[in-house]
Design a protein around this ligand. Structure first.
Ligand SMILES: Nc1ncnc2c1ncn2[C@@H]1O[C@H](COP(=O)(O)OP(=O)(O)OP(=O)(O)O)[C@@H](O)[C@H]1O
Ligand SMILES: [Mg+2]
Length: 519
């Protein structure tokens, strides 16, 4: 169902409910006591939403918009924004204690998102009540693990200063809050049999059992990757997925897990760059009761044991600290782990899939990645091509558009041709973002060449400013370090030849190597 049709259905519901467009906005507000009780009942939702709402704040300030959190019935629990903006919105009773369900307020983002159970933008005259035609609102439902609505996140303000992509912001915020709530619930449950697994930075990224396999691959290099992935999937070989950011490494990891005999077991992803240094061993291998200050008395199991007979996906291995590399090497090599604070050795039977978005081989040469671990993880390597090397862009564009909003959006040939000329440094993720932005800029669901051209032009400008900024932040020290590394490589690490080439004394070279941690 497209957005226009959804709004039409909402209007029909309002008429059926006896509302009239000329009706005044209901000024009913719950009293302080009831609001306090409602907030108490929703305290977990409020606690988990606050950090996300605060993150939204900078996007709201210049447009004078406010962010709103409501419960599952449309009762506003809190609103956040500049004092002037909050006062402005009070004119429309967009404030705590007011109810914005569709029955009382007519078609509106909060109430209609509750009924439609999806993100919705209601702009100006699209509101059923004419008195609301000066405001623009975008709302997204916060869903529980079982897809029930827990609350609504909304961004509202006056029409003439609309925030571009407000709906994208609310939908990302709602998803982030849902994730936080799932993680919180998970943590409160028994720690031994979790169903949702999450990165150390607390973003759930995978569930056990099945994933939809959404790999679009209609060109030879992608087909080759898919063939290789299908071939290696049923084996126990370690797989290294190489590819630029956004090329689909995680998608491939899930594919391999799904096609393996381990598919009924867990798929655990761990972002190697974001495990806090002090928690590396306990995150990976768990800990025994009371192993360190703050540890639970019952102890906890680590990712290796959670993954058990399943797959452990080591994401972003290029950002792994040396300490983590050492810890992992032992586990991968010996296929045994020891929880922190215990001298028990537990055999592991996980299948490891690793992903890297930089040239690991080069990192090994530079001493940034242990070669012993590299060769253990390398296993079967699958190099996923960047978008600019793919010849199935048109089909991929249509595939991504379908994901955006069922079959609502179409795109003309000119737009596709323009996209073919773009480099896509962020690959599929960037394509998704461009098409999402474009979809918000069309009024008739057709993405045209003009829209894409404007978006690509603005990207060029920002790339330009980015690169000029990079030049200015690229310090002389960085350049010097790079030069030293190059020369050392040229002379196979021979200090005296390198210092001659660099036109500096050996002791100066030594001092610099020490300074840049290159010894
Ligand atoms: N072949 C594909 N067809 C359709 N969508 C895809 C494909 N590959 C990836 N995607 C989508 O592109 C996005 C980025 O993919 P993914 O997260 O797997 O990339 P990544 O290589 O892990 O990126 P990063 O290095 O930044 O973590 C996801 O939304 C994913 O669903
Ligand atoms: Mg990834």
């Amino acid at each position: 169902m497209d957005a226009k049709f959804r709004l039409e259905s909402s209007f029909q519901r309002c008429e059926k409910n006896g509302l009239q467009r000329e009706n005044p906005i209901s000024d009913l507000l719950m009293n302080e006591k009831s609001l306090k009780e409602l907030k108490k009942d929703n305290s977990i939702l409020i606690d988990e939403s606050m950090p996300v709402l605060k993150n939204l704040h900078p996007y709201l300030v210049s447009a004078g918009h406010v962010a709103i959190l409501s419960d599952h019935k449309g009762n506003i629990l809190l609103s956040l924004g500049e004092p002037k903006s909050l006062t402005k919105m009070q004119k429309y009773f967009l404030q705590p204690g007011s109810n914005w369900n569709e029955e009382t307020k007519g078609t509106n983002a909060i109430g209609t998102a509750i009924i439609e159970k999806r993100s919705i933008r209601v702009h100006g005259g699209e509101h059923f009540l004419m008195q609301n035609e000066m405001i623009t609102c975008s709302a997204s439902p916060i869903l529980s693990e079982s897809q029930e609505i827990i609350g609504i996140i909304d961004i509202s303000g006056v029409c003439h200063s609309e925030i571009p992509y407000a709906l994208a912001l609310t939908s990302m915020a709602a998803e982030a809050i849902s994730n936080r709530l799932i993680v919180k619930a998970f943590r409160q449950k028994s720690s031994s049999t979790p169903k949702i697994f999450y990165l150390p930075n607390q973003i759930p990224i995978g569930e056990t059992k099945s994933f939809p396999l959404g790999i679009y691959a209609e060109c030879e290099p992608m087909q080759k990757c898919l063939r290789l992935a299908s071939k290696v999937a049923p084996t126990n070989h370690t797989v290294l997925l190489e590819g630029e950011t956004g090329t689909g490494k995680e998608e491939f990891a899930k594919f391999i897990h799904q096609k393996s005999q381990r598919s009924m077991e867990s798929f655990i992803a761990i972002n190697c760059g974001s495990v806090p240094e002090a928690l590396i061993e306990s995150e990976l291998f768990g800990y025994s009761g009371g192993a360190f200050t703050g540890a639970s008395v019952k102890g906890n199991i680590g990712k290796f044991q959670i993954a058990a007979k399943g797959t452990l996906f080591l994401d972003e291995i290029c950002s792994m600290s040396l300490r983590m590399q050492a810890a992992l090497l032992r586990a991968v090599q010996e296929k045994k782990i020891s929880p922190v604070g215990s001298n028990k050795e537990i055999p592991t039977n996980v299948r490891i899939i690793a992903a890297a978005n930089q040239d690991l081989n080069e990192m090994v040469k530079q001493g940034k990645f242990r070669s012993d671990l590299y060769y253990r993880l390398k296993g079967i390597t699958i190099s996923i091509p960047p978008l600019r090397e793919r010849t199935d862009l048109k089909g991929l564009i249509l595939d991504v558009l379908k994901d955006l909003d069922e079959n609502s959006y179409s795109i003309d040939e000119e737009a596709i041709e323009l996209l073919k000329t773009y480099d896509f440094p962020g690959n599929i993720r960037e394509l998704q973002s461009i098409l999402l932005q474009a979809s918000f800029q069309t009024d008739d669901f057709l993405i045209t060449g003009a829209t894409i051209s404007a978006l690509l032009e603005s990207k060029e400008t920002s790339h330009f400013s980015k690169s000029s900024c990079e030049i200015s932040t690229h310090s002389l020290e960085d350049l010097e370090k790079e030069k030293i590394l190059k020369v050392l490589k040229l002379f196979n690490g021979n200090h005296s030849k390198a210092s001659k080439e660099l036109n500096i004394g050996r002791s100066t070279l030594y001092r610099k190597l020490k300074k840049y941690d290159l010894l």
